[in-house]
Design a protein around this ligand. Structure first.
Ligand code: F6R
Length: 612
């Protein structure tokens, strides 16, 4: 199969459709891309009719562009009111990189003669040079408008060859969808280093920047330097010299179906409630040694390096501890840090990359770096056919189902489940002990059954009520408990916007304790027998400064001044992160609600971070 690197570098979204009701289809398409985060949106469509122009609407030559700032519903209000009839439309959700979020800077961009409309994901690095060298008069601050003007300037009577000639002048990354009145009833697509997929059904053609948001029966992932011409019911794909490529050689790609909100008011809550099922699904996929042998070809190595960002990195911290318990040396690194530090080659290292979306630019680029250095690479991801799966040597999938809420919840639990499974599988590879592997599978399923969100929701709401007016919160723990604190504090801060920091409990007294006063809540996690007394001492230190401790522990606590004590059931210690995080996910959710925030779409954040 000729699938190559489906690499993400941009947080914007492209959706184009050719066929009946193309405007409505594109509006639906860009709504499916909402999860990536955006600050403005727009659509261009071919039409013989000119609309009244205003700040949102511009007419070109048989092309009209409508754009708006903010939510897609702001654009939808204008577009759907007009009952527009068109068979060819391209749409875009923009997350500002060049120029502020504004109507002027939103895509699509029209050329000066109004004959070309273009949407773009990626970054054109030499756009300022091109603009100045050629004296182009632009209206926006974007790199994309420069490309629209280049298309007009270099038009040579053949649309595809014009696009190719222009692309050859560009440095950087792009996925373009272009419509032009020079060649109506077609959408032209070009790609270099930004993901884009094209597809067609019986009476339509479609282009999208995200494989799992595209509607279409036959879907192809474009490779770098390829071009596509989409028509109703057909697609032609060309290589960098415009030689036609036989699509039967490309292989049709399968996509993942999106989740539905059902009776829930937010995806985040729905996804937290799905955790037990998601863990069981993940465990069931890898519940025997043969499956793992097939997936990993009995990989042999001495050291492990885990790399990820945000929540995925926090899952890696737990993975590190689990591998260490099996006597395997393991490091865990933040992808954006790892990439820029000196590379110390530990011979015989397996590098594991954790990414829910499989699109995170820093993680994918760290993976490429490790491959260059000759390391074996394994991706743990939730999204089949995501970019990372085309780059890594081996892939293991979390089966969380689609995660729409920006804050990662069920994917994290499934990442932990995979680390549990891998730790015992690697032990089996080393020592041949399959019993421990199968015990782990059994235990993970029991833990999944023990997670009963409905039973803990009242206490989580109660804690949220207590803390939601806080200015600053701390979370402490040691070892695995610190890793719980790290993930819990990220969850709380990203959707409540309350400052929240995680600290290794023993480190607090080396500076940060001076910030603790009678107004400060401190969450303390104490689940590990061997170090419990040490953390209880740290709790006493906080209480002595009148800090308000919220304790999660299966152990008895003697400090009467602890303000809330959540006695968790006694389970095997290694499973506590998997078990306790649900409380914190729910507390974060309820806190965000009390503060009037939308937990599904926290400010300034996007589901996939495809910029570096
Ligand atoms: C936080 C969150 C982020 C992601 C991070 C990596 O709730 O979701 O911290 O974990 O952006 O994303 P993936 O896992 O898609 O690589």
């Amino acid at each position: 199969m000729l699938l190559s690197i489906y690499k993400g570098e941009d947080m914007c979204g492209i959706y184009g459709y050719i066929g009946e009701k193309s405007v409505e289809e594109v509006m639906k398409g860009i709504k499916r891309l909402e999860y990536r985060g955006y600050d403005s949106a727009g659509i261009a469509f071919q039409s013989g009719e000119k609309l009244n122009e205003d700040e949102n609407t511009t007419n070109g030559e048989n092309i009209t562009v409508i754009k708006n700032k903010g939510e897609i519903s702001n654009l939808e209000r204008i577009v759907l009111n007009k009952n527009l009839k068109s068979n060819v439309s391209i749409g875009h959700t923009r997350w500002a990189t060049h120029g502020e979020p504004s109507i002027k800077n939103s895509h699509p961009h029209l050329s000066g003669d109004g004959r070309w409309a273009i949407v773009h994901n990626g970054i054109i690095e030499n756009y300022l040079d091109l603009k100045e060298d050629l004296g182009l008069q632009v209206e926006s601050e974007t790199d994309t408008e420069v490309v629209a003007l280049l298309l007009e300037k270099y038009y040579n009577g053949n649309v595809l060859s014009t696009i190719k000639n222009v692309c050859e002048k560009l440095n950087g990354s792009y996925a373009f969808a272009i419509i032009t009145s020079h060649s109506p009833n077609k959408i032209f697509v070009a790609k270099r280093n930004s993901p884009v997929v094209v597809g067609y059904g019986k009476r339509y053609g479609v282009v999208c920047s995200d494989i799992n948001s595209i509607k279409g029966a036959n879907i192809y992932v474009l490779e770098n330097e390829q071009y596509a011409v989409i028509e109703r019911g057909k697609i032609n794909i060309f290589d960098k010299n415009l030689m036609a490529i036989n699509t039967s050689e490309l292989g049709v790609v399968k996509k993942v179906e999106g989740g539905k909100l059902g009776d829930y008011s937010h995806y985040m809550l729905k996804e937290i409630d799905e955790i037990p099922t998601a863990i069981k699904r993940t465990v069931n996929l890898y519940n025997n040694i043969d499956t793992l042998n097939d997936a990993l070809h009995k990989l042999k190595f001495k050291n492990i390096l885990i790399i990820g960002c945000g929540t995925a990195y926090h899952a890696g911290l737990i993975g590190k501890r689990l591998f260490e318990e099996e006597g395997i040396h393991c490091e865990c690194e933040i992808a954006s840090e790892f990439r820029y530090k000196p590379f110390v080659d530990k011979k015989n290292t397996l590098a594991i990359f954790v990414s829910q979306s499989g699109e995170t630019a820093d993680t994918i680029n760290a993976l490429k770096l490790c491959k260059q250095k000759g390391l074996k690479t394994l991706a743990i991801t939730n999204v089949r056919n995501s970019s990372i799966t085309f780059v890594a040597d081996y892939c293991i999938y979390t089966c969380a189902g689609s995660e729409i809420g920006v804050a990662s919840t069920k994917a994290y639990n499934c990442q932990l489940a995979i680390f549990h499974i891998l730790s015992k599988y690697f032990n089996y590879i080393k020592n041949g002990d399959s019993k421990m592997f199968y015990d782990e599978i059994k235990n993970l399923k029991s833990i999944a059954t023990l997670i009963r969100n409905n039973e803990i929701k009242p206490i989580c709401r109660h804690i949220a009520q207590k803390i939601y007016k806080s200015k600053s919160i701390y979370m402490i723990g040691r070892g695995l408990d610190y890793s719980i604190a790290a993930e819990a504090s990220l969850k709380l801060k990203e959707i409540s916007y309350i400052h929240c920091e995680a600290y290794p409990a023993g480190e607090l007294k080396h500076g940060t304790i001076s910030l603790i006063d009678k107004n400060t809540f401190v969450f303390a996690f104490v689940t590990q027998e061997k170090i419990k007394d040490k953390t209880f001492s740290n709790i006493n230190e906080v209480v002595a400064r009148e800090g308000k401790i919220i304790l999660f522990s299966p152990f008895d606590n003697s400090n009467k001044k602890v303000v809330e004590e959540i006695k968790v059931p006694k389970i095997k210690e290694r499973y506590y992160p998997l078990f306790i995080i649900n409380y914190l996910q729910l507390i974060s959710y309820y806190t965000a609600l009390l503060l009037g925030n939308n937990p599904d779409k926290p400010r300034s954040l996007a589901k996939s971070v495809t910029v570096e």
